[in-house]
Write a protein that binds this ligand. Sequence first.
Ligand code: BGP
Length: 474
Amino acid sequence: MRQFPEQFIFGAATAAYQAEGAVGEGGRGPCYWDEFLHRPESRFNGDVASDFYHQYPVDLKLSNEYGLNGIRISIAWSRVIPDGKGEVSEEGLAFYDRLIDECIAQGIEPFVTLHHFDTPLPLFKDGDWLNRDNIDHFVRFAEVCFDRFGDRVKKWVSINEPWSVVAGQYIIGHFPPNIKYDVAKAIQAMHHMMIAHARVVEAYKERNLNGEVGIIHILESKYPITDRPEDVEAARVEDTLANAFMLDACFKGRYSEETLRVINHLMALQGESLRVEPDDEALLERASRLNDFLGVNYYASHFIAHHDGESGIHHNGTGEKGTSVFGLKGIGKRVTNPDVPTTDWDWPIYPKGLTDMLTRVHREYPNYKTAYVTENGMGYKDDFQDGFIDDTPRIDYIAQHLDAILDAIEAGVDVQGYFLWSLMDVLSWTNGFNKRYGLFYVDFETQERYAKKSARWMREVANRRQVLQPEDVK
Ligand code: BGP
């Protein structure tokens, strides 16, 4: 039976705003979600979330007991620098000292992300990633973290999923500032995030801290639904926008001609052009060789058709299956592939898309050096029955994706770890608390944790370093 490499990380992921709660404690300043999720019509907010701020010793003990050896946490920028650019908060730093020390004490390696969707509110109001001044503030925050925690944290991630940030903010419009269909803004903001990432990589390397630095991208394969040339082009355009643009910036150190052809066309559709400053190219080039790893977040792939009709997007944020719409005029639309099952939130379950993506990165972007699958998992409305949660469909999903990773490893890709999203149930940004992903069920009334069947299964998988079937574990 196939086995994962000996040092393979079997971990799980969290993010500050989705897990910590305690938004008014420890001198924390607001991030943009605090304001947005306090509108009167909001169905939920992150005020308490999974109370990780207080419960982290419980969660880390469970991680240890269930055989995990890695965790993704993120440092809330606005806990460390409450307004994003002014005074550093000793209380904020001290919280992360305690959290990091506890990870290490439990034998769980922390992979620490600096930006996981949570720009401090004042900087968000100043334009977030569209404003280049915010790059300087972000680099300063990163430096504060490297200097304080760099002795203990050996795996650093600059930014989590730039594409999801800008797609949410400027295309789908379900993230503040809730702008729809503005592909030009999305592209410009991504370019600035790539500059921010490159500067953070250089800042880390200058310090000789004997650890590793990388970035996490959500990388979903985009397949034309037919082989008609217009569908093939539509899939290529979405792939360039969501994948190739940033892979080029991070791991080639320049946008390839083909990437620029598509990007310039998308910008021109809105009468815009990409703004690049004179030093950007040299910086991207230098940093592309300094990354130590690429984190790949993978949940789904998309099947794409040509689309000349009006733009239309509906985000399924409630789990009412079949309600999603995603079409961009002149760009393409996501369509159903009858052979591919979907989750209740309409995310196509297609593990082969992960193998295809990993092998493509290996082939086209050798500077990735090492890959970690830093998020993968299945949103599911878990059924709680007297403390017993049978989440067999989730186990099935994870098993298929672990197999897909083994396929990639066999094809020569260097994959060193897998982090399930999420460790325990957490807040889902645009869906709330009924879209659960955790290995551990959280009763959000009492904050009690309960191991799901998937946690017991994962323990066996990590122990044997082999993919097991759901029925292999009681
Ligand atoms: C990724 C994010 C996570 C997490 C996950 C699940 O994009 O990095 O923070 O939320 O997706 O997404 P959702 O909660 O929207 O189902």
